[in-house]
Design a protein around this ligand. Structure first.
Ligand SMILES: NC(=O)c1ccc[n+]([C@@H]2O[C@H](COP(=O)([O-])OP(=O)(O)OC[C@H]3O[C@@H](n4cnc5c(N)ncnc54)[C@H](OP(=O)(O)O)[C@@H]3O)[C@@H](O)[C@H]2O)c1
Length: 306
């Protein structure tokens, strides 16, 4: 296990769902000395903090107000964090916003929340020498599709920076019927490529993407279109395709604490699965390990950061 003695963690989206349970599981490790709950809403964060203290018996939680869909808010949150962060868990995300509306940074909400804010957060910590050891991005099996469930794999003509940028600003769907589930998978795909790119630039750190897998007991599916919501809440659990909250959260905790998980890789369920043991996704989706695609993702993302 990675040595986290007297260490600090920061978790985005830590007031609910998987992020909150990651905070709980990390706090039960005696070596953890401080856990920042990076949340966009002070009231929800305060409630979560009290619940986490009651559940763990530890008073090591600090709130950082941070809306990851707003780069100004991410930068303000960065400035408010004291010292370095040994384990960063970039968990905040939205799965199913049913719109291609753009944020003030000119990117779709799904991209801003799942990826762009985390780019500014992690790169900011790295630039300031304040990432101690490991960063984990919450990925998703949607980034490589699940054919058995008719979840399409994101596929592109060239994976050029120009083409990937059309996903980020939503223009990919200008001449197509919007597909919000695909837009989510594309965002996670580009985020995964960016993490792999960054891992190559920082070989002294462990930067990985881990999917929690299909996880019940979260609020993520609430925004999905009705058929997908029913599938996520009732059909997948009945078919054994999903797992409980603590199992999904443990995957991200393992990402932060298990040094046998290699930097630059994307770990998620085996092909065509949404649960079960973690597998390196490049074993069956080589695009994820393509250095040119990784560079293109990084370039496309940075067109939207000023
Ligand atoms: N659940 C699954 O089956 C599943 C599968 C694959 C991947 N994932 C990924 O796992 C992560 C956690 O998902 P979940 O199921 O736990 O979702 P969730 O229950 O909806 O929780 C999402 C968390 O992110 C926060 N958040 C949303 N937008 C934010 C923003 N702009 N700034 C800061 N925080 C924000 C939410 O805060 P509020 O309470 O303020 O909204 C909440 O704390 C996501 O990245 C998701 O894509 C989940």
């Amino acid at each position: 296990m990675t040595d986290l003695n007297g260490k600090t963690a920061l978790i985005t989206g830590a007031n609910a769902g998987i992020g909150k349970d990651v905070a709980r599981q990390l706090a039960l490790r005696p070596e953890m000395a401080r856990i920042y709950l990076a949340c966009r809403n002070q009231e929800r964060a305060t409630t979560a903090k009290a619940e986490l203290e009651a559940a763990t018996g530890r008073r090591i939680f600090d709130i950082v107000v941070m809306d990851v869909a707003d780069l100004g808010s991410v930068r303000a949150g960065l400035a408010a964090i004291d010292g370095s962060v040994d384990a960063l868990v970039m968990n905040a995300g939205v799965i199913g916003p049913q719109s291609m509306d753009l944020t003030t940074d000119g990117v779709t909400t799904v991209f801003a929340t799942n990826v762009l804010g985390h780019v500014v957060l992690l790169e900011g910590l790295l630039a300031e020498g304040r990432l101690g050891g490991v960063a984990v991005l919450a990925g998703s099996e949607a980034a490589r599709g699940v054919p058995k469930l008719r979840m399409a794999r994101p596929s592109f003509v060239s994976n050029s920076a120009d083409e990937l940028a059309t996903v980020i600003d939503g223009s990919y769907f200008a001449s197509r019927k919007p597909d919000f589930q695909l837009a989510f998978g594309q965002a996670k795909y580009i985020g995964t490529l960016w993490m792999a790119y960054l891992a190559r630039q920082h070989p002294d750190r462990r930067l990985i993407t881990v999917s929690p897998g299909a996880t019940t007991g979260t609020q993520a599916s609430n925004d999905l279109a009705l058929p997908l919501r029913v599938a996520a809440k009732y059909v997948l659990p009945a078919l054994g395709f999903s797992h409980k909250l603590d199992v999904g959260a443990k995957r991200l905790v393992d990402g932060a604490t298990d040094p046998t998980l290699s930097s630059g890789a994307f770990y998620a369920s085996a092909a065509n699965k949404l649960s079960g043991p973690l597998v390196d996704q490049a074993d069956f989706f080589p695009d994820l390990a393509n250095p040119a695609f990784q560079e293109h993702a990084n370039e496309a993302i940075h067109r939207f950061i000023t």
